[in-house]
Design a protein around this ligand. Structure first.
Ligand SMILES: Cc1cc2nc3c(=O)[nH]c(=O)nc-3n(C[C@H](O)[C@H](O)[C@H](O)COP(=O)(O)OP(=O)(O)OC[C@H]3O[C@@H](n4cnc5c(N)ncnc54)[C@H](O)[C@@H]3O)c2cc1C
Length: 516
């Protein structure tokens, strides 16, 4: 009996001991994990800003903030030179922003080509030369620049990596770390499969058009995608030296510009979602039978040769997406992750660089980024006049040149072509806006009114008939119907009257997500 009691007591004692040890182990584990968190939060002290993605926006931003003395941690999933057919034409306005950021040397030694404008062709060969109005910008050697996008990005990455306070690391960011309604950093995976975390008071997401992270920060509306089909032409010259080509072909426009001293990029726009298949040869037929016959004769043979080359046809989908304010403190989106527009007017890099200029001015006076949120709210207002003007122009250019069954659209296209022939302030004003040289909402409004008056005048002169007045009214209605939704998406007040918004001067403190 005594033995049984002793046995049960020992068992009980062992159980108690086991429980005590288990608790102790759990306590130690908790302390250790707290130590990890504390250690990481402490490493806040080593990083001012995390940048996700080192494409055009991310690498330019890393150079800019790094040069301003900030401790920057850039995480990029692929550090090899990108090979893609996006962002190959930097408009003169974008070049000026690059100069403002002190990054113009990133265009050296990449065989970048100067572009002084474009030639606009009708499919019957009639054309107008539209040179950029660059007279006022000669001191900084402004012009458009065309290049292999990957070479340009790689140069900016190299420049960022030379700065002692910029750490460029290869890794794929899998999620943002949110605590108490603020972004505190990121979780990321390295190539060897390690899962790491990085903390900073500010995380700027620049993960491009297919961003996986933007949905954690905002909920933007996207339009239906269109597609660009791209080819590289070799051993041929553009019809006019240093001038790209835009063909007003049917059903949609085709562009050509030089991306090196020996290569010309051809981009064929395919509107909507029905794209001829490359795999079954439909695309080759389309390019040979529909597109080639409409391009200038100087480029036709080279285009047909390029169509026949193996693996020379690529496609890339794109969408427009108006910018959305990101309301989660500690975070910001920049570049295509934040805002996209139609690439026909090649404004994407100009907007990204212009946004970085605005952001830099706002962040510069701050001793650190722990309290950057009020300043970040100003960013959304201050960027608007330039970014929205470029976005609207991109949308309008696309609408004017894209396929439509509506005869009024075709008439607007013809009127626009006629307007661009006028020369002087009319042509220079429109081309200057498209080049991003002085993209202001007022400049845009002036051009819109001037095109409307020209179109009306064309119809009413020499004698206004009731029929002509009705047609003019219909064209005006179609034009407003084309433009108004784009302006509305950008925000009428923010674009035209930013000074009427409190955030223009200072920003209200952000509510924590948990408070909302
Ligand atoms: C067909 C086409 C043609 C265009 N042509 C022009 C043009 O001629 N001129 C012009 O100005 N603009 C043009 N654009 C727009 C321009 O390409 C973009 O505006 C510009 O590239 C945006 O830069 P970004 O840094 O936001 O994105 P990107 O340059 O695409 O960079 C995103 C980077 O993020 C990295 N990344 C993505 N996800 C992660 C992750 N989870 N973790 C870590 N890294 C990540 C990617 O590897 C990449 O390096 C064009 C766009 C398209 C679609």
């Amino acid at each position: 009996m005594e033995l049984v009691i002793l046995f049960i007591a020992s068992l009980f004692g062992l159980l108690l001991l086991y429980n005590m040890i288990r608790r102790k182990i759990m306590e130690i584990r908790n302390i250790t994990s707290n130590v990890v968190v504390m250690k990481d939060h402490k490493s806040y002290g080593n990083t001012d800003v995390i940048i996700v993605g080192a494409g055009v926006a991310g690498s330019a931003l890393a150079c800019t903030l790094g040069k301003d003395g900030r401790r920057v941690h850039v995480i990029e999933r692929d550090l090899t030179e990108p090979d893609r057919m996006v962002g190959e034409l930097l408009q003169p306005g974008g070049y000026l922003k690059l100069v403002e950021l002190g990054l113009e040397d990133c265009l050296e030694d990449i065989d970048a080509q100067r572009v002084g404008g474009h030639v606009l062709y009708k499919k019957n060969g009639e054309h107008i030369m539209l040179s950029y109005p660059l007279e006022k910008f000669q001191a900084v050697d402004a012009s458009g620049r065309c290049f292999h996008n990957g070479r340009f990005v790689q140069k900016m990455r190299e420049k960022a990596a030379t700065l002692p306070n910029v750490r460029l690391e290869k890794g794929t960011v899998t999620s943002l770390i949110e605590e108490k309604g603020s972004v505190k950093g990121v979780n990321y995976k390295t190539k060897d499969g390690r899962e790491l975390t990085a903390y900073a008071p500010l995380t700027i997401v620049c993960d491009g058009c297919f961003s996986n992270l933007r949905r954690s920060l905002c909920n933007p509306k996207m339009d239906i995608p269109s597609t660009y089909v791209g080819l590289i032409l070799k051993d041929c010259q553009l019809p006019y030296a240093n001038h790209g080509v835009l063909v007003m072909s049917d059903p949609s426009p085709v562009t050509f510009y030089p991306i090196s001293s020996t290569e010309i990029r051809c981009l064929v726009l395919i509107a909507g979602q029905k794209v001829p298949s490359i795999a079954n040869g439909e695309m080759v037929n389309y390019l040979k039978n529909v597109v080639a016959s409409q391009v200038p004769s100087e480029l036709r043979d080279a285009l047909i040769r390029a169509i026949g080359e193996e693996n020379n046809i690529r496609r890339m989908q794109f969408r427009s997406m108006a910018a959305n304010t990101c309301t989660i403190p500690g975070s910001l989106l920049i570049g295509d992750a934040f805002n996209m527009r139609h690439p026909l007017s090649a404004g994407g890099m100009t907007v990204a660089l212009s946004d970085i200029v605005v952001l830099r001015h706002l962040l510069k006076p701050l001793p650190n980024f722990t309290d950057a949120n009020a300043v970040l709210q100003r960013f959304y207002t201050l960027r608007k006049p330039v970014a929205s003007t470029i976005n609207i122009l991109a949308g309008v250019t696309y609408q004017v040149f894209s396929p439509s069954l509506d005869p009024s659209r075709k008439e607007i296209r013809e009127a626009f072509y006629g307007y661009l022939r006028l020369g002087g302030i009319f042509t220079n004003g429109a081309i200057g806006l498209l080049a991003g040289l002085n993209p202001t909402p007022l400049g845009f409004a002036f051009q819109f009114i001037a095109v409307a008056v020209y179109t009306f005048g064309r119809l009413l002169l020499p004698f206004p008939t009731p029929n002509a007045i009705l047609r003019g009214a219909r064209l005006l209605y179609v034009a407003i119907d084309m433009i108004f939704p784009i302006i509305k998406a950008e925000g009428i007040r923010q674009m035209f009257f930013p000074a009427s918004l409190p955030a223009y001067y200072s920003a209200p403190a952000l509510a924590h997500k948990s408070d909302q």
